[in-house]
Write a protein that binds this ligand. Sequence first.
Ligand code: AMP
Length: 135
Amino acid sequence: MNIPIQELMIPGDKVAHVQVGNNLEHALLVLTKTGYTAIPVLDPTFKLHGLISMTVIMENIFGLERIEFEKLENIKVEEVMNTSIPRLNLHDKLEKGLDLVVNHSFVCVQNAENVFEGIFTRRAILKQLKKRMEQ
Ligand code: AMP
C-alpha cells in the first residue's frame, strides 16, 4: 500500500490526450482510433484541465430529431470537458490510488505545479494484486 503512484502509473508520453483548443471532431477521432472511453485534456504547457469522453461528445451532438454531426467542428473540447475530476500527486501512495479507482477506471497523476505526469489505472492495481498473490 506504500508503493508510490509514480512507480505504477503509465507515463504521460504514453498517454493519448487532446489539447484544450481542439474541437470535438478531433477528440472523437482520437477516442475512436485509440479505443479509450475518456482521455485527458491538456494545455500547451502540459497542465491538466479535465477529461473528454465519448459520452460527453455524444450528449453534445444529440439534436431532437437526429445526431447533429456538423456541431463536432464548432465545439471546443474546453467548452464541454469534465473538469471535476479526481487527481493524484506523483508522491501519493497506492492506498490513495486504490480508493479513487473504485469509482473511476483511471485517475490522472500530476506534479506539484498541476503538470500532467501520467495516469493510474485499475489495470495497474490488478497487476499488482496478481503479482502479490503469485508470490
Ligand atoms: P485500462 O485499465 O487499460 O482498461 O484503461 C482504462 C481507461 O484508462 C481507458 O478506457 C482510457 O480511458 C484510459 N487509458 C488507459 N490507457 C490509456 C492511454 N495509454 N492513453 C489514454 N488513456 C488511457
